[in-house]
Design a protein around this ligand. Sequence first.
Ligand SMILES: Cc1cc2nc3c(=O)[nH]c(=O)nc-3n(C[C@H](O)[C@H](O)[C@H](O)COP(=O)(O)OP(=O)(O)OC[C@H]3O[C@@H](n4cnc5c(N)ncnc54)[C@H](O)[C@@H]3O)c2cc1C
Length: 536
Amino acid sequence: MRLGTRKDGWRQRDAPPHSSAASRGDDPTMPPVIAPDGPGRQVAPLRPGDRVAIIGAGPAGLTAAYLLSKQGFQVTVLESSEVMGGISQTAQYKGYRFDIGGHRFFTKIEPVQAIWEELLASEFISVPRMSRIHYRGQYFDYPLRAMNALRGLGLVNAVRIVLSYMHAQLNPILIEENFEQWVTNRFGNRLYQIFFKTYTEKVWGIPCTEIRAEWAAQRIQGLSLAKAIVSATALNKRSTKIKSLINEFRYPRLGPGQMWEAARDRVVEMGNRVLTGHEVSGIEYATDPATGERRVTAVRARTAGGEQRFTAEHVISTMPVRNLVRALEPAVPVRVRVAAEGLRYRDFLVVALILEGDDLFPDNWIYIHTPGVKVGRIQNFNNWSRAMVPEAGKTCLGLEYFCFEGDGMWTSSDEELIALATRELDELGMARGRPVVDGTVIRMPKAYPIYDGEYREHLDRVREFIDPIANLHTVGRNGMHKYNNQDHSMLTAMMAIWNMQGASHDIWSVNTDFEYHEEQRLESSGTASPSPHPTA
Ligand SMILES: Cc1cc2nc3c(=O)[nH]c(=O)nc-3n(C[C@H](O)[C@H](O)[C@H](O)COP(=O)(O)OP(=O)(O)OC[C@H]3O[C@@H](n4cnc5c(N)ncnc54)[C@H](O)[C@@H]3O)c2cc1C
C-alpha cells in the first residue's frame, strides 16, 4: 500500500527522509519527531515549488501555514471570517477581550510546545487555576474530589452514593454502549445523576443514552469512584509536578487569539498570504481515467469582491467534514454525501457580561449543574488575565450556552440573550448584587463535533472517499470530526506535513492512542479528580 511509484509520477511513501532528531537540527518543529507509525495512507509528496492552499486560519491551519512557510513553501490560507484562531480566537468588545470558552494552553507534545514558545514566549503568563461546580446553591471542587463531593452532598446522600456505586459494581451493565452505561458502571447511578447527566445533556443537547460510551472513555479515562476515594486519601503522595499541572496553566496575556494573530504575522512576514473573508465553497478534483485516482486541482472561495479560484498542488483542509464533502466538485456519490450530512455538531454561544466590581468570585470558570437555568458554564475573564479587562473595578464574565444553530436560543436577539444571562446570573446568586452595565453575544457554529451512535459509520464512509485523494489532507478538530484540543489539532496538521515529506504517521490515531492531557490523566497518578465535563 505504501511503496512503489504511481502512474502519475507521484512517489508513494518509502523510508522517511527525516526520521531522526539529528535530521531536524535543533528545531523540534521540523519533521518528524514523535507519534506512532500507523497504517497511514498514500500521500502526495511535497516538492520544491509546490503551492499549498490551506482552508481555515484556526490553530491547525495556521500551524500548517507556519511550518510550511518556515521551509519556504508557497502557502495561501483561506479563512471565511475576519479573525484568526477559529474556535481559539479572542473576541473583542469595547476593549474587553474574551474567549469562546476559556482556552488553557497545556500540552505534552514537544513540537507543539516549541511552536507556542517560538510564537509567543514572553507573552505567556502563568495563571493560578481554580474551577468549581455550582449545584443547588453549593460549590464543589472541580476536578471533583471524592471526599469534598461526598461531604458537600451530606451524609444521607453520601451513603446513597456509595450504596448505588456498590450496586453498580455487583450488577454491572454488561455491554457498555452509551455514556450513561459507561459512567454508571464506574460511579454508580446516583453520582451519575448529580455530576454527569445534567451537564452532559446540556452540552450535547441529546440524552446521555444517545452519546457513545467511546466519548466517555476518551474524556474520563481509567477512573472509578473507588479509585477517586482511594486517591483522595493519598493526596500527600502527589508529586509537585502533578500539583502544579492542576493548580496552574499557561495563557497568552491577551488571550488565545494573540497566539494565532502572531502566527498569521509570521506567515505573512515570510512572504505568504492569509486571506480573510474567503469562504471556500468549491474544491475541484479530477479523476485519472486510467487509474481512477482522484486529485484536487483547485479551490474556489466566495469573497466580497466575487469568487476567487486558487490552483494548488496540495490542499490542507480544516473546514468541517460535512462542508468539505458539500464543496467537492464534481459532486461525490450519494452514499458519501448522505454520510457527511449525517455528521452532527453542537453549536455554542457566549454572552459576555460586564459588571461593576471586580471581586465576584475567584474561579477561572464555574460549571453550572443547578437545574432550572440554561447556562452551562461561567468564565470570569478577570481571573484569566488582567489584560483582558481594560477598566479597573469591572468584571467581564462569559456565560456559555450550548445550542443548535437555528434553535430558539441561537436565533434569540442579542438583547434577549443578555437579559437571559443577567437573570440567570442573579438567580444563581453569582452577581452578588453587582449591576450588569453592558453585554455582547458571540455565536460559534460547530463548536463541538458530536459523537452520536452513527458518527463513526458516517465518518468511515466519508473517509473511504476522501482518504485516497493523496493531495487532500484533512486535519484539525472539525476537519476530522474529532474532539481535539488545540494541541491535538495542531499535531494533526504537523503530521500531515511530515507525511507529505515522507513520514507515515497515522493522523487519525491522534487523541485516540495518544495520552490525553486533562485532569483525568492526572487522576490515575494519584489525585482525586473525576472529570465529567468536556472542558474543550
Ligand atoms: C468551549 C470550548 C473550549 C475549549 N477550550 C480549550 C482549551 O482550554 N484548550 C485547548 O487547547 N483547546 C480548547 N478548545 C478546543 C480548540 O478550540 C480547538 O481544538 C481548536 O480551535 C481547533 O482548531 P482547528 O484549526 O482544527 O479548528 P477551528 O478552530 O474550528 O478553526 C477552523 C477555521 O476554519 C475556518 N473555516 C471553516 N470553514 C471554512 C470555509 N469553508 N472556508 C474558509 N474557512 C473556513 C473557520 O472560520 C475557522 O477559523 C476548546 C473548544 C471549545 C468549543
